[in-house]
Design a binder for this molecule. Sequence first.
Ligand code: HEC
Ligand code: HEC
Ligand code: HEC
Ligand code: HEC
Ligand code: HEC
Length: 483
Amino acid sequence: MNRSFVRRLLCFLACLLTVTLVTADEPQGNDNQSNDKWLEPARSRLMHVIGGMPFFPHRANTPGNLVLNAKDFDSAQVCGACHTEIYKQWRTSMMSQAWDEPIYRALLKRASTATEGTVDNFCTGCHTPIGLTTGQINSQVNRSSIEDSAKNHPMPGVDCETCHNISARTGLDNGAYVLSPRAHGKPTKFGPRKDAVSPYHDTVYSALHTRSDFCGTCHNVTHPFSSVAVERTYDEWQESAYSFNNVTCQSCHMPSFAGKAAIMGPDREEVASHWFSGANAMMLKHLGQEVGAQRAREMLARAAEIQFQPLPAAIIPGQYTSVAVKVSNVGAGHKLPTGFPEGREMWIDFRVLDASGRELYRLGSIKDGKTEKNTRNFKVHIGDKDGNPLDVEVWNATQILSDNRILPKGYDIGEFSFLVPADAVGPLTLTAELNYWPFSQKLADYLLGKNQVQVEITQMAKVTQSIPLSTSLPAAGPDTAHF
Ligand code: HEC
Ligand code: HEC
Ligand code: HEC
Ligand code: HEC
Ligand code: HEC
């Protein structure tokens, strides 16, 4: 008890000192005004604090900023022996696969090679925090195949030991957590309970684990050199109505269940679940985690609504018609979609059929592995210094080119305009499907090789309405079709 207090006090003082040094270090002003508010403290200043970033350019810290001993960490299976339910849930999540899933490793290999290893520590500090802080990361490991590294350097993704040895944070992005195994010389787990007693490890109450800023350390990614806000899930949440109403990441991604947190522990009304369901149904299915994939589809279905704005009572053949479609973010506590900017995309697939089944119009189909040109999509686009869009090379990013993703509790209204031929057979059926994929087929083919994986398109919501053709007005002649 006492020692833990002294430790925390020391830790707090050390942080205070760091922050003071950091702010005192350089004159005011930042070279990248637009990102100022996200940087805490400004990256350029942090780099000057000797030892402030022992795993530079990642922001992970350890006690004394020393490299940790891999032997101080148990594998998740060991924890799973007692925490059976929690272990089963976590196994179906993307975070359990954060190190050895193929899209990550394919991009990591490219990033490591293209930057001559400059981003080696960076990319691994969130995808295998224990791998990085135990000194197992180097370019060779980062460029090896999943099979080779699993055999020669097995490392966990984001596992039990990662999260439950986090004792504090020093910032709000780029993995600014403090990983402290054996905080008291014995295995100590930081968790949400004040009354947890375990025969295997000490437990320490951690308010941090009950809050969103715990997740924010990894779910805010800033380019370590250009300061571009690459991923901003935490900040998106923080600026939303959810944060004001204390609906946290945990509320939606770790909803409680009634049962036991550990087999020999007490029955509890509310135990924090560890499904961590998100949106990547496609990758979970590929990894054989069908339960996790199905849960991700359900999350996606809960996130959005799609509606037609009031439609005309009848459509006049031979003329152009416009209809407006409203897409609302009703369930995601951050932008929709959020996260990995090269990939995450949501779009409307809009179709008009006539009564004979003929497709009169469609916008939002897949062409050449991508959503077709002019598709009404919701996505962030990052760019390099010359303003070229980047589909893959995020390490060259210096700016956000555009971002039309839907804010939490926000909506977007878009128009579709189409020509109804004079010989169309009424009534018409208008359908708008809201779709999502974590990355395009084209990106998957590029990273993994052609047709290695089939990217799943997940339908989030759908609306269909039928409209009669107007018979009172004469159908226009065929040459109306040319304007
Ligand atoms: C021998 C059984 C056993 C093993 C192995 C075990 N635990 Fe526990 N753990 C428990 C029990 C019992 C509790 C208390 C549960 C309760 O009070 O509901 C607990 C509680 C916890 C808590 C909650 C602490 C709090 O204060 O909220 C965390 C976190 C935790 N364990 C993590 C781990 C991790 C990580 C591992 C693997 C390194 C692990 N445990 C291995 C039995 C075990
Ligand atoms: C991404 C981080 C993360 C990972 C990975 C993770 N946990 Fe947790 N765990 C948390 C957080 C955060 C809480 C507290 C949630 C809350 O209070 O709403 C928690 C709560 C717990 C609790 C207490 C549950 C309760 O309500 O009594 C136990 C026990 C636990 N975790 C064990 C584990 C085990 C075992 C694993 C690995 C199979 C694991 N955790 C993986 C973040 C994580
Ligand atoms: C140590 C870093 C770290 C922490 C802390 C962390 N995450 Fe993650 N999380 C990741 C990484 C890395 C991935 C991506 C894994 C992948 O797809 O390769 C991820 C993925 C996810 C996903 C799945 C996204 C998808 O595409 O389906 C969800 C949901 C998620 N995290 C929620 C949380 C929540 C909630 C918390 C806090 C309780 C949290 N994370 C804390 C690193 C972290
Ligand atoms: C109000 C509920 C809610 C809150 C609060 C919330 N989320 Fe989500 N989250 C969702 C839903 C629903 C989805 C699935 C739709 C989507 O992709 O946005 C999701 C998806 C995600 C994804 C996967 C996105 C993708 O496309 O890859 C990540 C990562 C994630 N959440 C992390 C977080 C983190 C971190 C926090 C806290 C800062 C948080 N969420 C807060 C509901 C919530
Ligand atoms: C600060 C933590 C952090 C750092 C640093 C980081 N990532 Fe991630 N990464 C995440 C999180 C969180 C997600 C999940 C976001 C989501 O689900 O949309 C993710 C998702 C991804 C994905 C998508 C995986 C999938 O299956 O869809 C890839 C690929 C990826 N990261 C590659 C990288 C590379 C390459 C680097 C280094 C240039 C890097 N990451 C650095 C946290 C990080």
